[in-house]
Design a protein around this ligand. Structure first.
Ligand code: HEC
Length: 148
């Protein structure tokens, strides 16, 4: 249980200063990453989860241009091109594995793409079925973003 508590305090990154000052041309403030605790967004909405958990880096449209993207060493992947880059077939199993932290990414081990499995597990009180539901709904939502 102690491990769970610790993980629930683990954080997702969010860019505050680019939001607040991005429009201000005088501002020289460098983008800064802020870590915030994960919020418990309902597991039945892939779209709501995507907005809260992924859009900060991948953008609300999934194209990889979220507000935190400029502060990343590795650019967030354009998630709308996953099918195109896979010969036209949306790689759902791969996407699920990436989300859960079971896939080997080129830059795996870089802290830039958070691993969501343990975070989802913590907000789901360790219920595997709910973690599975979160993953499935996210994977399905990202499929709707695919470029035609
Ligand atoms: C802190 C920024 C950040 C957040 C938040 C984030 N990602 Fe990512 N994501 C990245 C980066 C950076 C990469 C590229 C990593 C690489 O190439 O090694 C990436 C890569 C990916 C990939 C791999 C695509 C491929 O090439 O196979 C998928 C899928 C993905 N993210 C899905 C998600 C989902 C779903 C969420 C929300 C639950 C999410 N990401 C949240 C930064 C982020």
């Amino acid at each position: 249980m102690r491990v769970m508590k610790f993980i629930s305090l683990a954080a997702i990154v969010m860019l505050i200063s680019a939001f607040a000052q991005g429009q201000n041309t005088q501002s020289q403030t460098a983008p800064a990453i802020q870590h915030v605790p994960i919020t418990n967004v309902p597991s039945n909405s892939g779209q709501a989860m995507f907005k809260s958990y992924c859009a900060v880096c991948h953008g609300t449209d999934g194209k990889g241009n979220g507000p935190a993207a400029t502060a990343m060493k590795t650019q967030p992947t354009d998630l709308t091109l996953l099918a195109q880059k896979n010969g036209g077939k949306y790689p759902s199993a791969h996407v699920a594995a990436v989300i859960r932290g079971q896939a080997t990414l080129p830059a795996h081990g870089s802290p830039d793409m958070p691993i969501w499995g343990p975070l989802f597990s913590s907000i789901s009180q360790g219920h595997e079925s709910q973690v599975q539901q979160r993953t499935t709904n996210l994977v399905s939502y990202i499929e709707t973003l695919q470029a035609k």
